[in-house]
Design a binder for this molecule. Structure first.
Ligand code: NI
Length: 186
């Protein structure tokens, strides 16, 4: 498995829509494995393909890893087919926007249809952190970053700081070595 470089905002590929996966082949399996390795390496709980520069609809997540057991999940062509009317607010972060966190409101429970890497179709219900995480990652596949859920003022503050931070990370050559202290990066 190879650890991939996580792209930092602002980066054009993070604003683009990923395309559906049509080939469930060895390359897809390798991409999924590399994305998991990259996510675990950065201590994130989720990662979407856009964040490693690949415009394919695939995301990986593991919201339970901090309890000590890994439960890697790979969702190909994920689609939210139902969401609760009830909303909840959680503090979100993002491996592409390191060091910035904000409260984001989303449906508390969602039902997701997706494919595994071999093309098998599945459905699952996500709640709590898993719901926030899967919605955050599907947003990525649609070219949407979490600050877009905030007020314009808050969004502008984060993105302005992020532009500076990105330059600094690149100068320091550690854009892909970001080590979050906080646990909620996605
Ligand atoms: Ni993210």
């Amino acid at each position: 498995m190879t650890r991939m470089k996580i792209l930092l905002a602002p980066e054009p590929v993070l604003k683009q829509e990923a395309q559906p996966v049509t080939e469930f082949d060895a390359d897809l399996k390798k991409l999924a494995d590399d994305m998991l390795e990259t996510m675990y390496g950065a201590r994130g709980i989720g990662l979407a393909a856009n964040q490693v520069g690949v415009l394919k609809r695939i995301l990986v997540m593991d919201v339970g890893q901090r309890s000590g057991t890994r439960n890697p999940q790979v969702l190909v062509n994920p689609e939210i087919i139902w969401e609760s009317e009830e909303l909840c607010t959680k503090e979100e972060g993002c491996l592409s926007i390191p060091g910035h966190y904000a409260m984001v409101e989303r449906p508390t429970v969602v039902r997701v249809k997706y494919y595994d890497v071999t093309g098998g179709e599945h459905e699952m219900e996500c709640e709590d952190w898993a719901a926030a995480c899967v919605q955050h990652e599907i947003d990525h596949l649609n070219g949407v970053l979490f600050p877009e859920h905030l007020s314009r003022l808050k969004r502008d503050i984060i993105m302005k700081k992020m532009r500076k931070d990105k330059k600094q990370y690149e100068e320091d050559g550690r854009g892909d070595l970001y080590d979050p202290q906080n646990g909620s990066d996605e």
